[in-house]
Design a protein around this ligand. Structure first.
Ligand SMILES: [Zn+2]
Ligand SMILES: [Zn+2]
Length: 351
């Protein structure tokens, strides 16, 4: 089969790779029908992750079950599923508490980063490919109802649950002002997710005009990052936002999110941070009684409720899709997404 292989920084190529195989009784093989490129794939693309070349990228995909191992009980051949980016068992202490990102059986492994993220599962495949072997398939795959098409469903694999996790961690209440730092695909999904909790206003912060324009179409009030602190204070009688969500994974945005939160407010971080330390303004956090939340989203635990929201029309992530490219054009997809060319927001790949 073909897959999108990481060769080094700024060098990904679609080429022949080994066909996926059932290696454990709880594995399933999924033929991918739609995949997506994620902002966190760009960390690998930039060479910012200690990733050895040669692995297949991608942790966001939708497909059809081709084969199941003898230990798979809830899936059958021919079923349409979303494959969560996060592998989890569904039965351990953490999974039963709704925290699959801490799954003790998978180690919180994520597809699409080779062996570095795979921990005790060995070498994991990537979803930007024609097919993938899915470990712990009963809880890593989620069967899709007819009412959700592939292009909406691919958002369930990561960024919609991730943004929803950020909104949940923010403890948004009806009437709140929520400020979202970053209008990349995750930040834009956070507008949709935050909206489920009834805020009075969502302020979306970014520096890229076309992304701010899309934020506006999704129901947020857009503001350029340079003016964000002033605008947020002005719109909250000088208090600051009740909840701020950091959806970039950079220290500038994180500082902005901390500074913009009101006394007693919550800062919820869903951007990917991999650095060992961050200079945290602990005195300010103490004086302002801030709550600080951060974590890898419990994707699998949130797919069912978000699938229901898509199915019933409460959420539609498809306006984020700017490009649907053949899998063979994945390198072009990475190039435009990385360089923000061609008004790119979310790039889908079609094997
Ligand atoms: Zn992702
Ligand atoms: Zn588990």
């Amino acid at each position: 089969m073909r897959g999108t292989v990481f060769h080094g920084p700024h060098d990904v190529r679609v080429e022949r790779v080994a066909d996926p195989e059932i290696k454990s009784p709880t594995d399933a093989i999924v033929r991918i029908t739609r995949a997506a490129i994620c902002g966190s794939d760009l960390h690998a693309y930039h060479g910012a992750m200690p990733a050895e070349p040669g692995f297949v990228l991608g942790h966001e995909g939708v497909g059809v079950i081709e084969e199941v191992g003898p230990g798979v009980t809830r899936l059958k051949k021919g079923q349409r599923v979303v494959v969560s980016g996060l592998v989890a068992c569904g039965g351990c202490f953490y999974c039963r508490r709704g925290q699959p990102s801490q799954c003790s059986e998978s180690g919180g492994a994520v597809f699409g980063y080779g062996k570095n993220a795979a921990r005790n599962l060995g070498w994991l495949g990537g979803e930007q490919s024609e097919g993938i072997a899915v470990p712990m398939a009963d809880y890593t795959c989620y069967p899709l109802p007819e009412g959700i098409d592939d292009e909406a469903a691919v958002f369930l694999a990561d960024i919609l649950p991730t943004s929803y996790f950020g909104a949940l961690n923010g403890n948004i209440r009806p009437g709140d002002t929520v400020a979202i730092f970053g209008c990349g695909p995750v930040g834009l999904c956070a507008i949709l997710s935050a909206g489920l909790f009834g805020p009075a206003e969502i302020i979306a912060v970014d520096t890229v005009p076309y992304r701010l324009e899309l934020a506006r179409k999704l129901g947020a009030n857009p503001v350029d990052a340079a003016k964000a602190q002033d605008v947020i204070l002005n719109r909250t009688n000088g208090r600051g936002a009740d909840v701020t969500i950091e959806a970039v994974g950079n220290e500038g945005a994180l500082n902005g999110a901390i500074m913009a939160a009101r006394g007693g407010g919550t800062v919820s971080v869903i951007g990917v941070f991999m650095g060992p330390t961050f200079e945290f303004p602990i005195g300010l956090a103490f004086a302002r009684d801030l709550t600080f939340r951060i974590g890898l989203a419990n994707i699998n635990a949130h797919i069912p409720e978000l699938a229901r929201c898509i199915e019933r029309g409460a959420i539609d992530p498809r306006p984020l899709i700017s490009h649907v490219l053949p899998l063979d054009d994945a390198a072009h997809g990475y190039d435009i997404f990385n360089a923000r060319k061609d008004n790119v927001v979310k790039v889908l790949l079609k094997p």
